[in-house]
Design a protein around this ligand. Structure first.
Ligand code: HMG
Ligand code: MG
Length: 300
């Protein structure tokens, strides 16, 4: 398999990043962040979520965020939706693409969405039907594809079962979430060796949290399998409120820098992306988690 010539970067900072920040970020600042990302050439942004606002108060204003966004047909602005209620809220905001999220492990499923894996898949069915009726594309996430903070290690077979269910119900792509960032290139190779027996690489994405510093190595190993969609978060923001020791996603700046060096295009302007990361980091009052952004500011 040859490595892809271009990679689609799915920017999850405004959702996965900000859902885990304790500092309050105003709606206007979220809108500025997303417009900054669009200005840097990011073409797919997960801009919010329509979950129970008591579970994740940071995302309670997602409808106002979407109402304030300027977009074009070339840009996908998506939202996370856990059930039909979330989907209906997303439709009221005029969203064209949503994502459902399941877990490969029972422990995380219970803590994150308060139900078993099987129940979560059943909950998605009316959402998927409504999405089909309204021509809305649905992406699927699987969390804890390598390890779970509650159940320990997870096997490729567990991930395969959930991914097949998500594809069967109509997800066009499944993003493999290493929620707690424990996976290594070896884990991802074993996982992809298994999943690619039945699925093609163009239907899979990688969603690495960088807790153990393995994310770039994992992405690099997965490129060799033809994976061409990578989730990342500007400034490496965030984590998951239901996986307490998990840090943010791999920083978008670091992914873009690495891909550029490998001759793989993303359509993203690295300098502008770094600026966006610096401004959200200073707004949050914390240093960036991007190695590239840190190196650039030390060199300046
Ligand atoms: P539940 O308590 O089982 O659901 O929550 P319920 O149907 O019994 O509803 C309870 C209350 O929530 C009701 O309100 C519902 O109306 C309300 P009440 O009657 O008590 O006033 N409710 C909603 N409100 C607004 N929007 C909705 C909605 N649904 C129910 N969509 C539920 C189940 C999934 C809703 C809840 O557990 C929840 O919202 N969890 C939040 C999960 C979350 O956002 N986690 C973080 C994102 S996932 C992630 O980060 C991982 C990922 O990045 C990949 C990776 O890294 O692995 C994607
Ligand atoms: Mg995540």
């Amino acid at each position: 398999m040859t490595i892809p010539q271009s990679v689609k970067l799915v920017e999850v900072g405004p959702r996965d990043g900000l859902q885990n920040e304790s500092a309050a970020v105003s709606t206007a600042d979220k809108i500025n962040l997303i417009h900054g990302l669009i200005g840097a050439g990011v073409s797919y942004i997960e801009a919010g979520s329509f979950v129970n606002p008591r579970s994740v108060p940071q995302m309670a204003d997602s409808d106002q965020v979407f109402a304030g966004l300027r977009s074009t047909d070339a840009i996908t602005l998506a939202a996370l939706t856990p059930n039909l209620k979330g989907f209906e809220r997303a439709m009221e905001s005029g969203i064209k693409e949503v994502a459902v999220f399941a877990s490969a492990s029972e422990g995380f499923s219970q803590k994150n969405i308060n139900c078993t894996i099987a129940e979560s898949l059943t909950r998605f069915e009316p959402l998927m039907q409504a999405a089909r009726d309204q021509g809305v594309a649905v992406r699927g996430y699987i969390s804890c594809v390598v390890g779970c903070p509650y159940d320990g290690m997870v096997t490729p077979q567990q991930v395969d079962l959930v991914s097949r269910a998500l594809f069967d119900m109509g997800c066009y792509e499944v993003s493999l979430g290493d929620t707690i960032g424990v996976g290594t290139a070896g884990h991802f190779k074993r996982l992809l060796d298994h999943l690619l027996l039945r699925t093609s690489a163009d239907k899979l994405a990688l969603h690495c949290h960088d807790t153990y510093g393995q994310a770039l190595a994992n992405i690099c190993a997965s490129l060799e399998y033809g994976i061409a969609t990578v989730d990342a978060s500007v400034a490496g923001l965030g984590g998951c409120p239901y996986a307490l020791n998990a840090t943010g996603n791999v920083a978008s700046e670091d992914v873009v820098y690495m891909l550029k060096g490998m001759g793989i295009s993303t359509g993203i302007d690295l300098d502008k992306l770094i600026e966006v990361g610096q401004s959200i980091s200073s707004l949050l009052g914390k240093p960036t988690n991007s190695h590239v952004a840190r190196a650039r500011s030390n060199a300046a």
